[in-house]
Write a protein that binds this ligand. Structure first.
Ligand SMILES: Nc1nc2c(ncn2[C@@H]2O[C@H](COP(=O)(O)OP(=O)(O)OP(=O)(O)O)[C@@H](O)[C@H]2O)c(=O)[nH]1
Ligand SMILES: [Mg+2]
Length: 303
């Protein structure tokens, strides 16, 4: 492993900063903004992120491993819900710092749940008050921050807009300052712990979720089955798993139109991600009740 420049200096800081919060507050948008790359998918629907995803930021005097997590939530009794909550909670076990992400425009019972996890972790905590671009009038921020600081002794409270990039740099710097003095953990330039197949599958899931709205209530799972290179052309075969036969026609759409649209927008996004063109084959398959089946979840990397 090569070290980041300056990582031998006595005041170099490094560690894991876990982004936690209820679903939909903007954790993944924030991860992408902090790292400067699209690593985690984003949709307007809650419970989009299902995995722990590390994104690494290399600064002159620090290396921050940001950890995106699934939104902590109360309802939903399926095995998938439990696995997502567990993933979010256990991400705190190996974190050096926790960033509680909250929405400046509202506070819900699930924010209480997330705050509880933060407090019981005993980790130093920073609050990122996100979506300030939506706050009208802006001086509503002051009572919100006052209430937050009353609830917990945060090391810092930073209002941001992950969407607009507002104060994201301030947040990054604040996080770096609160990490332990330690050598870099990742090689210079390393961006994520996730392989390309995962990022491709997630990109397809994002486009599909945007296209489906609420029609397939528990959503879908996407798995890259094969990536093959022939005559300078990359071909990706991916399966879209639905949990009932009846959902297949919904995903495919009339005359296959919906699946075609998903394929097209995923291909455009993936061309960008890979810096090259690719051929994408999508197959819709049924795995009965996959979201409540421990074995299926394991196969899909969702334990
Ligand atoms: N206006 C505004 N919208 C935002 C901001 N950050 C995120 N969003 C939107 O909020 C929605 C949810 O964003 P995500 O990043 O997927 O939220 P999340 O916390 O990762 O959600 P889960 O993965 O479901 O837990 C998306 O529609 C984003 O575009 C922000 O700063 N301002
Ligand atoms: Mg997310």
């Amino acid at each position: 492993m090569t070290s980041a420049p300056g990582s031998e200096s006595p005041d170099f800081r490094s560690g894991f900063a876990a982004l936690v919060g209820r679903p939909n507050v903007g954790k993944s948008t924030l991860l992408n903004a902090l790292v400067g790359q699209k690593l985690s998918i984003v949709t307007p629907r809650p419970q989009t992120t299902r995995h722990r995803i590390v994104g690494i930021s290399h600064l002159p005097n620090a290396q921050i491993a940001f950890v995106d997590t699934p939104g902590l939530h109360q309802h939903g009794s399926r095995a998938l819900n439990r696995a997502m909550n567990r993933t979010a909670s256990t991400s705190l076990n190996d974190a050096d710092l926790v960033v509680l992400v909250v929405d400046a425009t509202k506070w819900t019972a699930e924010d209480d749940l997330a705050l509880e996890r933060v407090v019981s972790s005993g980790l130093p905590a920073i609050a990122a008050v996100n979506k300030i671009d939506q706050l009208r009038p802006r001086d509503r921020l002051l009572p919100y921050i006052a209430e937050l600081s009353r609830r917990h002794e945060f090391a810092a409270i930073v209002p941001v807009s992950a969407l607009k990039g507002e104060s994201v740099e301030v947040l990054r710097k604040t996080i770096a300052e609160h990490l332990p003095v330690a050598p870099a953990m990742y090689a210079d330039g390393e961006l994520t712990d996730r392989p390309l197949e995962f990022r491709i599958a997630e990109m397809i899931r994002e486009k599909l979720t945007l296209e489906l709205n609420q029609e397939v209530p528990y959503g879908v799972a996407v798995e890259v089955e094969q990536m093959a290179e022939a005559d300078g052309q990359l071909t990706v075969d991916a399966s879209i798993w639905v949990d009932r036969e009846g959902q297949k026609p919904i995903v495919i759409g009339a005359k296959g139109e919906r699946l075609k649209r998903v394929g097209r927008s995923a291909r455009i996004a993936l061309n960008d991600l890979l810096g090259r063109r690719l051929h994408l084959n999508l197959w819709v398959k049924v795995r009965e009740n996959w979201a409540d089946n421990a074995r299926a979840l394991k196969q899909l990397g969702l334990e």
